[in-house]
Design a protein around this ligand. Structure first.
Ligand code: 5GP
Ligand code: MN
Length: 334
């Protein structure tokens, strides 16, 4: 948590006179939109207006969240996003810790004069004015809850705040299943339910949103899943032509990598996907136990993340990316 002095400095910054923006990462997920929106509604409850900016568009299944449609999407509104960042007195940076994670916002954030406040749970944070980073916590939404508590403002958690924070904790823990899900996570979630978050509604809004074409895409990759390294690693992949054929929508492949990890004996799953527009391969890694995919991705695939969930990219063909992965795990991982 921020120190007591830092907390009182931050509190003094949160006034209606100050311009406040909240930024989150490229290809925002449930925790990114949940933490940003939860913080925004909390600030609103304190009488303080803020604006959320994301680098690029985010999946439809997150747009049910209160005011999600008011989020400024920089790829569509460059001038507006740039001006908001430029004029901000305070810039919250949520669910990312490196400028490389915010796409076209990075130069604007670098140049910004506003105080930069990081709240995040990824490994190895870069430098910000105020840093609350805890890699043992499963979701940035849980950190935002802790921040609100440390400010002594829990009474401001209304239904909107609760719904948003619940969503990010639910998605980043894979439905309260992943390793860093703790008793404290459940205590916080219980409070959020008491404040108005409805588990069945939120999980249905977020997860029961499949299209038939998404299920067909899933069935395609499951039908050819490759198991390597004596049954300990799974490889899944998708080509650009297939994304087009199955009418790919943003977010459609979220969660696909987890199917690899659901196979008995598998401790490492990797999902390779050609980008729809640019010539690179996006990779998602998931692991179990102490197998550190943050390290793997940082070292070999230009990425990073958490010990058990990380992402990266490869600038050559998808076949070469998969070959490189096989070599890496043969030599030093599984
Ligand atoms: P996903 O596989 O769902 O895209 O990402 C898994 C985790 O790794 C997320 O927490 C995400 O923020 C992080 N991540 C994904 N891609 C990258 C990347 O290219 N660089 C870094 N540093 N982190 C990433
Ligand atoms: Mn997160």
């Amino acid at each position: 948590m921020f120190s007591t002095d830092q907390l009182s400095e931050i509190k003094q910054l949160l006034t209606p006179q100050n311009k406040i923006v909240i930024l989150t990462h490229y290809n925002a997920d449930g925790d990114a939109i949940g933490s940003s929106s939860g913080l925004k509604h909390f600030l609103e409850a304190m009488g303080v207006h803020s604006e959320i900016i994301v680098p690029n568009d985010f999946p439809k299944f997150l747009k049910w969240m209160p005011d999600a449609k008011k989020i400024t999407i920089a790829e569509y509104k460059k001038k507006e996003a740039r001006q908001l960042i430029n004029q901000a007195d305070v810039i919250f940076c949520l669910d990312f810790n490196a400028l490389s994670r915010i796409g076209i916002l990075d130069d604007w954030l670098k140049e910004a004069r506003g105080k930069k406040i990081l709240i995040d749970h990824h490994q190895q944070p870069e430098t910000f004015d105020y840093v609350y980073s805890d890699t043992s916590i499963p979701a940035t939404c849980q950190l935002v809850y802790n921040f609100i508590e440390a400010l002594g403002e829990k009474k401001r958690i209304n239904q909107k705040v609760a719904e948003c924070l619940y969503t990010g904790i639910m998605t980043d823990t894979g439905g309260f299943r992943f390793r860093s899900t703790s008793a404290q996570t459940h205590r916080i979630v219980a409070e959020l339910i008491e404040c108005g978050a409805e588990p069945s509604v939120i999980s249905s809004n977020t997860w029961d949103t499949n299209t038939v074409s998404r299920l067909h895409l899933l069935s395609l990759i499951l039908s050819r899943i490759e198991i390597v390294n004596d049954g300990t690693a799974a490889i899944l992949w998708l080509k650009r032509s297939e994304l087009k054929e199955y009418d790919f929508q943003k977010g459609d492949t979220d969660g696909f990598v987890n199917y690899g990890l659901s196979i008995a004996g598998v401790r490492l799953s990797a999902f390779f996907m050609e980008d729809l527009y640019e010539d690179f391969v996006k990779i998602s890694f998931r692991s179990k136990g102490t197998l550190d995919v943050n390290r793997l991705s940082r070292k070999y695939f230009n990425g990073g993340g958490h010990i058990n969930a990380a992402g990266g990219r490869y600038e050559q063909s998808i076949e070469e990316a998969i070959e490189a992965f096989k070599k890496v795990i043969e030599s030093e991982f599984v």
